[in-house]
Design a protein around this ligand. Structure first.
Ligand SMILES: [Zn+2]
Length: 321
């Protein structure tokens, strides 16, 4: 009797799981603007923009990175960006953080890390690299998180003076959700930082480029955040506009690699269904980044983890200005 009930429940769960896994999502393109909206300002201040590679995911299968991807394996870089601005010392994302080696061993994180094999050479750590240009983690005043996954938010505890900028939805999703630890967050990485978090309040009708909502961090046009939810509940993209006129867009993990937005093509079904918050929203934002590349081809778009894009960037101690 019981064995029949258990077998019936297992069958129902399996069928339900398969239906959920293969259920199609609307993959039509969203309506997109035909021009770059919002005011692009070239800031006058002296600003230096540094790219810092703090680790990598080893030997990742490209068929997970992009649907229909080639049978190729590659090390995917983990990046942090540092902007030395007269109004503050700003990090965009913060890498794995000092406690990562401790935290990674805990269930269920180690399951995820068996798949993505994060590799963090000690000499690449954020504090050691910033020390090369005379900056200490204590000097950091602002951290903007593209999202709060472990490879982006791990360093916030190491920067005790920094205000941490993310939408409220991201904070709630990363810290208040029972399944957060199954979805790439390590909630312990955010312990003790609640009083330093600044919720980015995106207002409607603040379009910037192809994105609908924006937030200018210093009000001078140098660092402009845009709302790109989907990969997580409160993902953000970041425009960096430099005095020379050089412009960057940091896509966060909406796109892991450039082909995600160029084709566009999403991550594998496995990654989307198990790892992403809102698959349709990611798809719309991939189309927006695709349109951004058409509207403003001079902008250097940096996806979350693209080894080929990374290979063409200058890294600290070199910088852009
Ligand atoms: Zn990432």
């Amino acid at each position: 009797m019981w064995s029949k009930t258990i077998a019936g429940a297992a069958l129902a769960l399996t069928i339900g799981g398969l239906v959920w896994f293969f259920w199609p999502v609307d993959d039509s393109a969203p309506a997109l603007p035909d021009h770059f909206r919002g005011r692009v300002v070239t800031p006058q201040a002296t600003i230096r923009f540094y790219v810092i590679k703090v680790g990598y995911s080893a030997d990742v299968d490209y068929r997970q990175v992009i649907e229909g991807g080639e049978a190729r394996r590659a090390d995917l870089p983990t990046l942090v960006f540092f902007i030395d601005h007269p109004r503050g010392k700003v990090l965009i994302d913060s890498g794995y953080g000092r406690r990562f080696q401790q935290l990674r061993a805990r269930f269920p994180c180690w399951l995820l890390f068996k798949l993505i094999r994060p590799t963090v050479p000690p000499e690449w750590s954020l504090d050691r690299q910033l020390a090369r240009i005379g900056v200490r983690l204590e000097d950091i005043t602002h951290i903007v998180l593209t999202h709060a996954h472990n490879d982006h938010a791990g360093g916030v505890q190491d920067c005790p003076r920094a205000k941490v900028f993310m939408p409220r939805a991201e904070w709630d999703y990363a810290t208040g959700n029972w399944s957060a630890a199954w979805h790439g967050f390590i909630p312990e990485q955010l312990d003790g930082v609640a009083d330093r978090v600044v919720f980015v309040a995106y207002r409607p009708h603040t379009p910037y480029g192809p994105f609908e909502q924006s937030y200018d961090l210093f009000g001078d046009g140098s660092i402009v955040l845009v709302s790109t939810p989907g990969h997580t509940a409160g993902s953000q993209g970041v425009f960096v506009n430099l005095p020379s006129g050089r412009r960057f867009f940091l896509a966060g993990d909406t796109a892991w690699v450039a082909d995600n937005y160029r084709r566009p093509a999403p991550k594998s079904r496995f990654v989307r269904r198990l790892g992403e918050y809102d698959e349709r929203a990611v798809w719309e934002n991939l189309w927006r980044i695709h349109r951004l590349a058409e509207l403003a081809p001079d902008i250097t778009i940096i996806p979350g983890h693209d080894p080929d894009v990374d290979a063409h960037l200058k890294h600290l101690p070199e910088f852009y200005q």
